[in-house]
Design a protein around this ligand. Sequence first.
Ligand code: SF4
Ligand code: SF4
Length: 500
Amino acid sequence: MSISYLTPEFLIERNKSRCIDCKVCVRQCSNLAHQYDEEEQTVISDDSKCVNCHRCVTLCPTKALYIKKHPLEFKGNANWTGNAIREIYKQAETGGVLLTGMGNDRPYPIYWDHILLNASQVTNPSIDPLREPMELKTFLGRKPESVKIKDGKLTEKLPPQLELEVPVMFSAISFGAISLNTCKALAASAENSGIMWNTGEGGLHKDLYKYGKNTIVQVASGRFGVHPEYLQAGAAIEIKIGQGAKPGIGGHLPGEKVGSEVSATRMIPTGTDALSPAPHHDIYSIEDLRQLIYSLKEATNYEKPVSVKIAAVHNVAAICSGIARAGADIIAIDGYRGATGAAPTRIRDNVGIPIEFALASVDSRLRDEGIRNQVSIVCAGSIRNSADIIKAIALGADAVYVASSALIAIGCHMCQKCYTGKCNWGIATQDSNLVKRLNPELAAKRLNNLLHAWSHEIKDMLGGMGINAIESLRGNRLMLRGINLNDRELKILGIKAAGE
Ligand code: SF4
Ligand code: SF4
């Protein structure tokens, strides 16, 4: 066999004066980057196997480990960067498509960081959220044009709505891509926090039916785990047309990840690859989509809102107009930084558009067409903090989906190796030993804390703007200003430049 030209990406440094050869790092590393040398009676490392997940560094009792980017560099070249050369080596050695996990990590502009929020001064005074009520409750679903009230009560039935205590939901991540313990943590935290979690395309494990009122059940092209009881179990149904990390292509869960539990939940044989086709084979037009939306409504007695999730791509505004007219109650738009368990690197990094542009153009188009209230918009694709959330809402979202930030909250260290199934943090894995590393109760508490902290921050920012209800911020772009943006970008975002 010819030698590999690939050199290690990371360098493991072990401080021998601190290391007590306890072998914790040996046991913790699923990539076998640490080994016990019986002859020398000491722990040694293999840099080439390290993925920089920080598991060993975090758990080493004497803090003896450091991991650095490997200092070995190629000759400086602005065109042929080290990464570009390494990728060619990998493909020349394997003949395969490059795979990656999590979201797009290319240095494209992050428009959230070019948008600033307003705050009240002198007139329209700010509100102190510690002393005055502040409403974050959000309802997702079709809103009627008008309502009739008699004796203080509504005289008509409203379309079904999802009720959220905070305008945040856990985005779709399937059981199979992540462990059951991770699903449990997301579901329990959603219940505790009064929000929703989303099954993704992997069906609903029997242990999770009890969280139904906080669950969005997804129907994807593979129809894995979809049956009448599943549709009835959720508070809403989501048709997945696309996702930001891999617009236009299907999904692939390798057979090694399809153990007995995943197989029973997805209704596929154990050990077989779960391949979801790129298109839904019954959807070739907006009319076909309408048929599926109404079939799902019919199957659930018109009691549940139906969401349609798409990737943010060119012409997203026209696509969303069609989806709203097809009868969707909610549209989820996933930007090009949206994460995934596994995606071809080239697709992830080169297909789609930024969620900030997609969101602003969809909201504007639906308003211009007078149909904005027929549908709620959920913004997804790398929402990192409470400021991103509040900017998204001011740009036109009703709520946001978060996935990467939720996984980071429970221990993900963004090594981007989810597709290997060897997640050392017990998140993106089905390995029974690794799965045990994530305690679902503790993980749910961390998620609750994150949502609690974000709620406080959102209230602070709202109060600062003199607004006491999150609903009043929706699409209120006067509260936003752009920095370091050109005229075209400002126009698409529908905001003024800072100082204007
Ligand atoms: S976990 Fe730390 S102390 Fe234990 S063997 Fe590894 S480096 Fe040494
Ligand atoms: S989920 Fe696990 S494998 Fe995926 S990026 Fe996070 S730590 Fe790495």
